[in-house]
Design a protein around this ligand. Sequence first.
Ligand SMILES: [Ca+2]
Length: 187
Amino acid sequence: MKVMGILITIILTLQLINCEDSVDKDAEIILNGSFEQIDPANNIPAEWSVWNDANFISLDTTEAQDGTHSMRADISEQVPVHHTLYQIIDPGLFSKGSRYKLSYWIKSTQLTSEQQSYWTNLQSENSEWGLQIGQVHGPYPAREWEIVEYDFTYPEDLSTSNIYLHFYFSTSAEFNVWIDNVSIKAR
Ligand SMILES: [Ca+2]
C-alpha cells in the first residue's frame, strides 16, 4: 500500500508539472489582431471596441503589414482629445506567472506638435496591474511600419474579471496612425 501511495504521489506530481508546461506557445490571445474582419453592426474591427468616438477608426485596404487590412485612426480636431481602440481579454487565457510577448506593427504620419502622442496600455479591470508601452510624443517625423515588442510576466497574484488592451491617441491635431498584426503569445 505504501508503494501504491508513493506511485500515486509521483503520478499526481507529474500531472502538475505537465499542467505547468502546458501553456500553448502558439495560441494567439488577441482576436482579429490583424484587423481582417469588420463588424457590420458598428463598422469597426470585429472583437474591438472604441471609446469616445467610433468614427475615427476604419479598416484600410491600402496599408497593411499583414493580410489585406490594417486599422487606421484618423485623428483631427473633430474628435475628442482622448480616444481609444481596445479589446477586452479573458484573464483565463493567461497562465499566472508565465511570460508573454505583446507585439504589434505601427506606422504614423508626422506629429507636428508636443501635444500629440499615442501609446498602448495592457491593464487589469481596476488598474491593479498595468503596463504602458511604446509611448510616442510629438514632434516626430512620419514613421514607416515598425514592430513594437514587449515582454512581460503575467502576475502570480492578480485577480481580475477582465484584462484590457488599449491603444490610446491623445491629440487634437490632424494625423493618422495605422496598426496591424496585434499579438499576445506565451514565450
Ligand atoms: Ca492585417
